[in-house]
Design a protein around this ligand. Structure first.
Ligand code: SF4
Ligand SMILES: [Zn+2]
Length: 458
């Protein structure tokens, strides 16, 4: 497991006597990446110094909105120079703070504007600080960047759902701090399920905001595991999943190379091993995640080529620790029926529970009933039925088989029910879907019915 702390202040006085131990302790606790953040010229210079001595530490340079009034005009020019240093991967922290009110608003705005310019000129992302100023911050960002995606992170997010939606629309990443673990952090916990995986980051804000159970003590990067655990609990995924997702996001944001394997055939989420056999599909669903990229829970599953059965078995490795193995991926596994059955035979030989996620069009694709091929090999089939009628199905799923696809799917389900131990049809809870009508159809086919939430919790 690897964790990335995207916001700490290792140059602060709190770490004066034991900074090296703090860093060592973080690394020992799987925090393999840390961004130490400057808050004035002196602190930015120190951040670079700390980063230059440690391979795991990167620097951000900037003048914090609460410190602008203590700075000299030329400090900003110096920050601009420092921004080009090779250890610097981000600009900030900068933004607006209407809570502490140490610096006049006009001055904060002037400094913020300059940081946006530096970010635009260097291509390095912004580290955004905001207290009681979410809407004003978004407005200034939009005025500067237009509606283009913005390269940056809204650090220690505590603002409203509306501001979260605006930030996500601008493609800003969202930093979650220890506040998520505080008894009073309910508003942050409520927002956590609404942040799609690819925008989520961990943010210790050390030496401040120690998460539970370390509250009251000085915070340090090693403690971000407690934030990750809380997020995992809220989103119903594993700690490993959150570590992988957030570390990948941090590396992508700061343009750092990681050991992220591309084009994974086998990938783990919670206690399940997923297998991707193809990126081809007989559908072209409007909501398909392939339209926005091939990332799933921090895994890159855009296959470089379609794997053979031997390649899939080799990619699976030791399957002992998984509760089940599931054919899934961004594509329709039944299109590669021979590979699927060969791999399923191997999994059955190992005594594993095997699941298949499918669009239910395998029989139409192969022009024959494929249920006998799945019998004895697959324990559970999950079919995305998506809606209650053929024309709406075709409208949202754009199957290559046209409106016949829905009848084909229903026929597949009906034939699978007596042969496969569990057959489930799923639908996503969206306003335009007639959930009750879909339930009736599914029950008439003899399958189980499951409504999935549209919120991205895994
Ligand atoms: S069936 Fe699944 S993989 Fe195929 S297009 Fe639809 S959502 Fe994507
Ligand atoms: Zn900070």
């Amino acid at each position: 497991m690897e964790l990335f702390d995207t916001h700490c202040h290792l140059d602060f006085q709190a770490f004066e006597n034991d900074c090296d131990e703090v860093i060592e302790n973080a690394i020992k606790n799987n925090v393999t990446g840390m961004l130490t953040i400057g808050t004035c010229l002196e602190s930015s210079t120190s951040a670079i110094k700390i980063s230059s001595k440690n391979n795991n530490i990167y620097a951000a340079v900037g003048i914090h909105p609460n410190h602008c009034h203590e700075c000299k005009e030329e400090d900003l020019t110096r920050i601009e120079d420092l921004a080009n240093d090779e250890n610097v991967v981000a600009i900030g922290e900068t933004g607006l703070d209407f809570f502490h009110n140490t610096t006049p608003v006009k001055m904060q705005e002037k400094y913020f504007l300059k940081h946006m310019e530096i970010s635009a000129n260097t291509g390095k992302p912004l580290i955004l600080h905001s207290r009681e100023s979410g809407e004003e911050l978004i407005k200034m960002l939009k005025d500067f960047f237009g509606n283009e995606p913005i390269n940056g992170v809204f650090h220690c997010f505590t603002s409203t759902k509306k501001v979260l939606e605006q930030a996500l629309a601008l493609e800003l990443k969202i930093g979650i701090s220890g506040i998520a673990t505080f008894p009073k952090g309910e508003n942050v916990r409520e927002l956590i399920p609404h942040i799609p995986d690819k925008y989520l980051l961990l943010d210790s804000d050390s030496p401040f905001l120690s998460p539970a159970p370390k509250r009251g003590k000085r915070n340090e990067p090693a403690n971000i595991i407690h934030i990750a655990e809380k997020i995992a609990e809220i989103r119903g995924v594993s700690l490993d999943d959150i570590a992988r997702i957030t570390t990948r996001n941090a590396r992508e944001l700061f343009n750092l190379k990681g050991d992220n394997e591309e084009g994974k055939i086998a990938y783990e989420i919670r206690n399940t091993l997923y297998l991707a056999l193809t990126n081809e599909c007989t559908n072209n669903c409007s909501f398909c995640s392939r339209n926005t990229g091939y990332d799933v829970k921090g895994h890159d599953i855009k296959l470089k080529k379609e794997p053979t059965a031997e390649e899939v078995i080799s990619a699976m490795g030791d399957t002992e620790r998984y509760d089940e193995v599931c054919f899934c991926g961004f594509g329709e596994s039944t299109m590669r029926l021979e590979v699927l059955t060969t791999v399923a035979d191997e999994l059955k030989r190992r005594g594993k529970k095997v699941r298949l996620n499918t669009n239910g069009q395998g029989s139409i694709f192969h022009k024959r009933n494929i249920v006998p091929d799945l019998k004895g090999r697959i324990d559970s089939i999950s079919v995305s039925i998506n809606t209650s009628n053929a024309s709406h199905y075709q409208e949202i799923c754009q199957s290559r088989f046209g409106e016949d696809s829905f009848a084909g799917l229903c026929d597949f389900v009906k034939k699978a029910v007596p042969e496969i131990p569990e057959v489930i049809c799923t639908v996503v809870d969206m306003p335009e879907i007639d959930i009750e009508k879909t339930r009736e159809i599914v029950e008439s086919l003899g399958a189980k019915f499951r409504v999935r939430s549209f919120v991205d919790v895994g």
